[in-house]
Design a binder for this molecule. Sequence first.
Ligand SMILES: [Zn+2]
Length: 188
Amino acid sequence: MNVAAEVAKFSRIAEEKGLVTSLEGNLSMIDRETGSICITPSHKSKLLLTEEQICVVNAAGEQIGGTGKKSSEYFLHEAAYKARPDIGAVFHCHSPYLTAYALAYRDFVTPEDSFLHQIFGTITCLPYGAHGTHAIHQGIEEALKGRPVALLAGHGVVCVGEDLEDAIGLLEAAENFARTVYLKNQLD
Ligand SMILES: [Zn+2]
C-alpha cells in the first residue's frame, strides 16, 4: 500500500465531509514494521494535498520525507500510537458537538441504554495541554483503553482506528451521537 497516497486521499475525504479545514485537523497512518508515521502537513488545504506533500517521520521523530512541514500535532499522534499498539491510523479534528464538551472540560458520558454506548462508553476529556506540546496527550493511554475517542480540553477530539476509513467513521459516529444527545436534551 502507498501510505502517503492513502493519507492524502482520506484527508480530502475528511475535508469534503466538513470535518477538517486547511488550518484545523490532521490525519496519520503508521507503518508498524518500521515505526514510521505518515502525517498531513501544517496549513495546507486537505482537499488539494498530494502524496508528495505528506510528511514521513521516522521512529526517532525526524522528518525523512514529504515537502510539507509535519503537523504541529505530531506528538499527539505519536502518543496515540504508543497508547494503542493495535491501531494503524489517527484522526484529530475539532468537530463542533464533541469539541463543545472539550471546551467545557467535560467528559461525554454516552447514555448507557443507547446503541453506541458499547463502542464509546464515556469519552474522556484529557487535561488541558498547550497545542503542539507533549502536555496535550497527558492521560491518553487510560482514555483510549478499549475506546477509540478522547477529548482534548479546550481544543478538540482525537480518534484512533485500524485505518483511516475506520477512524473517520468512528469519529463521525461519535460526533453524530453528541449532536443527537444535544437535540434530545432540547426535548427534556
Ligand atoms: Zn487541533
